[in-house]
Design a protein around this ligand. Sequence first.
Ligand SMILES: C[S@@+](CC[C@H](N)C(=O)[O-])C[C@H]1O[C@@H](n2cnc3c(N)ncnc32)[C@H](O)[C@@H]1O
Length: 247
Amino acid sequence: MSDALHGEYDDAALYDAENDWGPDDDFYRALALRTGGPVLDLACGTGRLARAMAADGLGVVGVDLADTMVARARLLDPHGSVAWHVGDAARFDLGQRFRLIMMTAHAFQHLIGAAAQAALFDCVARHLAPDGRFAFETRNPGRQDYSDGAAFKFWRRFTAPLRGPVEVWAASAFDGASQVDRVTLVRRFADGTERWSTAQLQFTDATTLDARMAAAGLECERRYGDFGGEAFGPDSPEIVTVARLAQ
Ligand SMILES: C[S@@+](CC[C@H](N)C(=O)[O-])C[C@H]1O[C@@H](n2cnc3c(N)ncnc32)[C@H](O)[C@@H]1O
């Protein structure tokens, strides 16, 4: 597993209990129906979206760094509707080109530093069909509030099968120079036990994203500020990018 992640994706069943289908999944699934397959879901996790796209009749390949997540993706896909691979989004060679490559649920923010992003964009460009699209999102750094991040704050609550209600608390240490947020998460279970994990999240503004994509031969075709299709602006919560090979 990456140095930037400790324990966050070790319990894939718990991840699924915490992360339901959302408006972002609707956005990417609709985009896939417009582009057609084959589709590559990079950092596919346990495959919630990849399985849905396969059920839509699209050819889908899923790649994720965490063998725990890929093992559960395979378990939940007994008929092998998706081709699953353990691999690094910044260092893969599938020998195939795709009409759509996607990286969802802020997985892009797990790539820490300019070199990792450059490697990702290079890999993506090599795997795009001539008319292909690359779609991903990252939280808008302009909208983040880092004041008092070091104190643990309640983030959300969910229910895990067999374990009951779980509270998620998070503390963050944001480094302004690197724009990296080091997040510590604690999941508190009803029986009093706790599960600790850490994750680093890279924040990147839209101008920097565009420059790094251009260096890999990619250009932004459309940019949204949320998953409802609002145009991107300085106050948008998200930077949702649909890119293509530079024309
Ligand atoms: C927030 S989860 C998103 C998973 C999935 N896209 C979803 O919507 O549920 C982030 C995923 O990124 C994966 N990941 C982190 N760094 C990665 C990398 N360098 N290459 C591939 N996957 C990576 C993690 O293992 C994890 O499954």
